[in-house]
Design a protein around this ligand. Structure first.
Ligand SMILES: Nc1ncnc2c1ncn2[C@@H]1O[C@H](COP(=O)(O)OP(=O)(O)OP(=O)(O)O)[C@@H](O)[C@H]1O
Ligand SMILES: CCCCCCCCCCCCC/C=C/[C@@H](O)[C@H](CO)NC(C)=O
Ligand SMILES: [Ca+2]
Length: 467
């Protein structure tokens, strides 16, 4: 018998619901020279794929989500990276901010990307480390809310191992470690808008998913005390916060995003190769060419809204997650340079429940008289409490006993501020100034793919194939 020669090709196979798997096919042949020619040609083709990473810096949060980060990385991700000849430096974090601080010290420029294994909070840490480092190296003062920030071209990959994993879900379409690892290996690139959050000319945080005051801020504050419950803490605190039904008074001022195309009430969502995000990319390139980093936004056209709100949510992306597959703002765009500002005014518990339930079904969650949504590029928020304090209307009684409820002076209930939930981290200040930076960073992702077979269609096609 002739001696057989063989080589194996590993490839990505699409599954249902945006899931990717690694599959392989082995080619056999009797001619050794032909076999070598094939492997050589394939190697050369792979070498030409410049967007594929060769060296990655990996941070693993061993305590995120269900505390499975290390196991997920070692069992599901590391073998794929080694199959793809990607070399890695792995850091298992020992405390909060370990990854962020480390990114200010290491030579980040020798890496083709940084991978975080954990949830939205862990991603936020890595993002702060990378964006902060880029600004530091370029001499940009992050405390200046008007500063034009330097884009970060080192891509971040997210291996989901957290509790919500909203950023991964909204940019890949599924929260699945193997799928995310494959997007990293093939070198996908998805630009992402980032909001900077300031208070009194002091930088507080960056946000890419949810900046939420009221409902989502209160959930987060309560849930932080119950981290031991794991991802269940959000359900527990969610129910508790829903029942407490607190509303907060304040003023929102925003600048509409006039340059961006589309509206939050559109029926079309942001998908792979989104033309709206592409237009923003082109505009950004033209702007940078014309003004360099010096470009400043005008101060015109501020709209002001005062009111009592159950929730104020600003989202840079849909915020889709397994709990809400279409997200808080289904038509928000990943990279259009705008955020969707959702104002949920004081309403009955029943109406608020109807609003929440619509995050889980096909009905329009903005179709309520107590919900408003605007596409914005900047906004500011001041709570009634800080407005009163700042305008010096505090009397001695208030100073001594705290603020009393204005609606019911006799009941002595305390008015307190809510907390801002910034991508799953609390902010110390309620008065904030937010600005969206178009495509400030990049992910190893491609956005959610269109025409991906959904569960039903997939089962149907499988049956057809079998028949
Ligand atoms: N070794 C560590 N010990 C304690 N905290 C850590 C450690 N490493 C990272 N952290 C912090 O843990 C926080 C939460 O982590 P992570 O986002 O991974 O999980 P999660 O909160 O369960 O998920 P999600 O953010 O998706 O809700 C992050 O803000 C991060 O700063
Ligand atoms: C009675 C049914 C109610 C269902 C309500 C479903 C609404 C879920 C919407 C969740 C959106 C989460 C947005 C993501 C926020 C993350 O930044 C953050 C950190 O992981 N997670 C949370 C929960 O704050
Ligand atoms: Ca956006």
């Amino acid at each position: 018998m002739a001696k057989l020669h063989a080589f194996t090709v590993y490839y990505v196979k699409r599954g249902r619901n945006h899931r990717w798997r690694c599959s392989d096919v082995t080619f056999w042949c009797v001619d050794e020279h032909l076999c070598n020619q094939w492997t050589q040609a394939l190697k050369e083709l792979l070498e030409m794929q410049k967007s594929r990473p060769k060296q990655l810096l990996v941070y693993i949060n061993p305590y995120g989500g269900k505390r499975q980060g290390k196991r997920i990385y070692e069992q599901k991700v590391a073998p794929l990276f080694s199959l793809a000849s990607i070399s890695t430096d792995v850091v298992i974090t020992e405390h909060a901010n370990h990854a962020k601080d480390n990114l200010f010290e290491v030579n980040i420029y020798k890496y083709d990307g940084v991978v975080c294994v954990g949830g939205d909070g862990m991603f936020s840490e890595v993002m702060h480390g990378l964006i902060g480092r880029m600004q530091k190296d370029s001499g940009i003062d992050q405390n200046n809310p008007k500063a034009s920030l330097v884009q970060c071209n080192i891509r971040i990959g997210i291996i989901p191992a957290g509790s919500t994993d909203c950023i991964c879900y909204s940019t890949v379409g599924i929260s699945d470690p193997v799928t995310s690892a494959l997007h990293i290996i093939i070198g996908d690139c998805q630009p992402l808008d980032v909001s900077s959050v300031h208070h009194n000319n002091t930088f507080l945080k960056y946000s890419v998913s949810l900046l939420g005051y009221g409902f989502y801020g209160d959930i987060l504050k309560d849930s932080e005390k119950k981290r031991w419950m794991g991802p269940m803490r959000y359900d527990y605190s969610g129910l508790k916060t829903f029942l407490s039904h607190h509303y907060y008074e304040g003023t929102i001022a925003y600048q509409p995003a006039k340059q961006t195309h589309g509206s939050p009430r559109d029926k079309e969502s942001c998908r792979t190769g989104c033309y709206i995000c592409k237009k923003s990319e082109k505009q950004l390139a033209e702007q940078t060419k014309e003004h360099g980093l010096k470009h400043e936004e005008g101060e015109e056209d501020w709209k002001v809204i005062k009111g009592k709100f159950l929730a104020i949510n600003a989202v840079n992306m849909s915020c889709a997650c397994p709990r809400s597959p279409k997200g808080l703002s289904p038509a928000a765009h990943l990279a259009d340079g705008s955020a969707d500002l959702i104002l949920v005014r004081k309403c009955s518990r029943f109406d608020f429940l109807r609003y929440l339930v619509r995050h889980t079904n096909q009905d329009d969650q903005f179709d309520f008289p107590f919900v408003d949504v605007y596409r914005v590029k900047r906004f500011q928020f001041t709570s009634k409490l800080s407005e009163d304090n700042e305008s010096n209307v505090m009397d001695i009684g208030k100073k001594r006993f705290g603020q009393f409820c204005r609606d019911h002076p006799a009941c002595c209930c305390n008015i307190v501020n809510s907390t801002w939930n910034c991508d799953g981290e609390t902010l110390d200040s309620s008065a904030i100034e937010v600005r969206v930076h178009c495509q400030l960073m990049k992910l190893f992702a491609r956005g959610i793919e269109e025409n991906c077979k959904d569960e039903a269609a997939y089962s149907q096609s499988r049956i057809e194939q079998l028949l």
